[in-house]
Design a binder for this molecule. Structure first.
Ligand SMILES: Cc1cc2nc3c(=O)[nH]c(=O)nc-3n(C[C@H](O)[C@H](O)[C@H](O)COP(=O)(O)OP(=O)(O)OC[C@H]3O[C@@H](n4cnc5c(N)ncnc54)[C@H](O)[C@@H]3O)c2cc1C
Length: 299
């Protein structure tokens, strides 16, 4: 098949056909990607983007898959995984330049070791830097957006483009980086701090997560917090804790987490999301919005 011949030519890093997305999402649910690509470098990424355009195929960018519900029918076209080859960190004065595949936890740890302050909140967030920028990931009152000095993307035209803070708008768990291309690198501005104090801060945040979060597979907080009231509190007050559909269950530990207790389908999870939303709406008149992104097709 011509398409596969061309993919074989482009993909030095490799690709798989009909790859189950349940292997690549933290919820451990989701159907197959038609073509799952793991590029080795930026040049390969540029070629993929140009190929995708020529072939008229949809392209979805995957980081660590920790904020995603992929439906059971899977994703058509290309799924491009930004992983290991895009994981690196270099210090530049009081800034860190890092690849978009760098795990946030690693970045937080390295910043602390370098005596650079500002990334402690990211310790324990299981996403990649690219996913964190798209989502404006945050915790404990801090967000990644304000740290950004520069973001490099591969544009939909297949060119590398450098974005500066004036080009980027960060909001609550969202940014206008979504859909603008594939993020490959970012420069983050930090402040001098004491490495020992910063390492203790990282440890504290890890401990706090262990205390608050369930350990079963999840995608973190399912819903955004509506103004004035954490979503978890509303769900709990609406009797949501412990509700389950199939193998998907609202965590007893944190009501804004849905856990996969073993073999949950994406349909189970999405049905539970709908049920919680309805309960909260009936009880408080509040329409919860998902923070997790729901993608792909129904089976
Ligand atoms: C246990 C647990 C705890 C969590 N705690 C937090 C928390 O405290 N705070 C928080 O904000 N989030 C939290 N999350 C959610 C999640 O980790 C973050 O949203 C994270 O930033 C997502 O990164 P990712 O690499 O997994 O992105 P993915 O889930 O892979 O993708 C998310 C979105 O970003 C896009 N994307 C990913 N990489 C790129 C790229 N390189 N270029 C362009 N687009 C890209 C994808 O297309 C998708 O639209 C938690 C999740 C879990 C499972």
């Amino acid at each position: 098949m011509k398409l596969e011949q061309e993919l074989g030519r482009i993909m030095r890093g490799g690709y798989k056909k009909n790859e189950p997305m349940s292997l690549h999402t933290s919820w451990r649910a989701g159907g197959p990607a038609d073509y799952y690509l793991f590029p080795a470098d930026r040049d390969e990424l540029k070629e993929i983007v140009r190929f995708q355009k020529r072939a008229g195929l949809p392209l979805f960018v995957l980081g660590n898959g920790t904020n995603l519900l992929v439906r059971d029918g899977g994703i058509r076209g290309l799924v491009v995984h930004i992983g290991e080859p895009f994981s690196y960190i270099c210090r530049e004065g009081e800034m860190l330049r890092a690849g978009s595949g760098t795990p946030l936890t690693l970045l937080a740890q390295r910043a602390a070791e370098e005596g650079l302050r500002g990334l402690g909140f990211a310790a324990g967030i299981p996403g990649s830097l690219g996913g964190a920028l798209v989502m404006n990931a945050g915790a404990f009152g801090s967000y990644i957006g304000p740290l950004v000095a520069e973001v490099s993307i591969i544009s939909p035209g297949g060119e590398q483009v450098r974005l500066v803070p004036e080009d980027i708008v960060f909001g609550y768990r969202q940014s206008n980086l979504s859909g603008r291309g594939i993020i490959v690198e970012a420069l983050l501005k930090l402040e001098e701090g004491d490495p020992e104090t910063l390492k203790r801060e990282v440890e504290r945040y890890h401990a706090e997560r262990r205390r608050r979060h369930p350990t079963l597979p999840s995608a973190g907080s399912v819903f955004r917090n509506p103004p004035g009231n954490p979503a978890g509190r509303l769900i709990e007050a609406a009797g949501g804790k412990g509700l389950s559909i199939g193998a998907a269950r609202v965590s007893e530990k944190h009501a804004n987490f849905i856990v996969n207790t073993g073999g949950a389908s994406a349909r189970d999870i999405e049905s539970l999301i709908e049920l919680i939303r309805q309960r909260v709406k009936d009880k408080f008149g509040v329409e919860l919005e998902t923070e997790v992104r729901i993608v792909g097709e129904e089976r």
